[in-house]
Design a protein around this ligand. Structure first.
Ligand code: AMP
Length: 287
């Protein structure tokens, strides 16, 4: 049995549960407030704070974990990153009060007070710039600190930037980009019994992510236009062509297409007189 540490609440938790469910690994809780759940026959999930996950994985209390790259970096723990899940995207950034003359983190003066819940990353970032700063540790609502006079500037996670703007702060420098990552305990990767389970779960998650970027497209097309259809929807190995009962000069063409090009693809198919175009989501895709 492989144990996977997942965020118990916060921004990543529901998205992670949905991802596992789509991958065929639905969390089965034994009671409503259980902190442990079965994830299919081979896996067990433990639900802990996102910030504690690198620690649990490094210690071996869990074999795998899913959490933000920012939290992995802040923990300084030795875990192996296996996958970037691509959601939970944000950046850890330095922000200053709107009226400040500072345009770049390199202009932050020595002794500046920096409010952040990422003290390790922040201290080493400024240290590399040759600036020794003072940390004002906070565990949330960091953007309020300069207005309360407890800090001069902040280092915080930003996704759209709207929270900074509302709090009259200006982003000056990105320290790191973050998104949800799958991390592993290094020993598990060398374990002959556990390694296949690790590979199984990452392949299942990858198949879901790959499928999300694709759509399955079906269209009725004229047999004599198949060469043009092949150029429009090359698919993975060329489109699948299916006979239509009593279709005479018509056949059905099926192909996997890029989700972000579906609009253009449909327009191109209409130009070759395709009919009955149908686009559906794909649950999992294993090439
Ligand atoms: P939380 O919801 O505070 O438990 O955050 C968990 C993780 O979600 C963070 O460590 C980040 O990796 C990620 N995250 C993604 N977008 C944001 C954002 N705009 N603000 C804070 N965290 C974010």
């Amino acid at each position: 049995m492989l144990r996977i540490a997942l965020p118990n609440k916060g921004r990543l938790s529901q998205t992670v549960l949905d991802l596992f469910e789509t991958a065929g690994l639905k969390a089965e809780f034994s009671s409503e407030r259980a902190l442990v759940a079965r994830l299919g026959p081979d896996f067990e999930a433990i639900f802990v704070r996102a910030a504690d996950i690198p620690e649990y994985v490094a210690d071996g209390a869990a074999d795998l974990g899913i959490t933000g790259a920012d939290l992995v970096a802040e923990s300084g723990r030795d875990v192996k990153e296996l996958m970037d899940l691509g959601f939970g995207r944000c950046r850890l950034a330095v922000a200053v009060p709107e009226g400040s003359a500072i345009q770049d983190a390199s202009q932050v003066p020595g002794g500046a007070r920096v409010a952040t819940s990422f003290p390790c990353i922040t201290r080493s970032f400024f240290h590399e710039l040759g600036t020794e700063i003072e940390i004002a540790p906070v565990s949330g609502a960091t953007e309020i600190a300069p207005h309360l006079g407890v800090a001069d500037i902040i280092v915080d996670l930003v996704s759209t930037g709207s929270t900074l703007r509302v709090n009259r702060l200006r982003e000056v420098t990105t320290i790191m980009e973050s998104s949800a990552r799958v991390v592993a305990n290094g020993r598990v990767l060398d374990d002959r019994d556990l390694r296949p389970l690790v590979d199984g779960v990452t392949a299942a998650l990858e198949s879901v992510l790959r499928a999300r970027a694709k759509r399955y497209l079906m269209a009725n097309v004229r047999r004599d236009r198949l060469e043009e259809v092949r150029r429009i929807i090359p698919g993975i190995n060329g489109p699948t062509i299916v006979e239509i009962l009593d279709g005479s000069e018509w056949v059905a063409a099926h192909a996997v297409v890029d989700q972000d090009r579906v609009y253009q693809t449909i327009a191109q198919l209409k130009e070759v007189d395709a009919e009955g175009i149908l686009v559906t989501r794909i649950e999992r895709l294993m090439p």
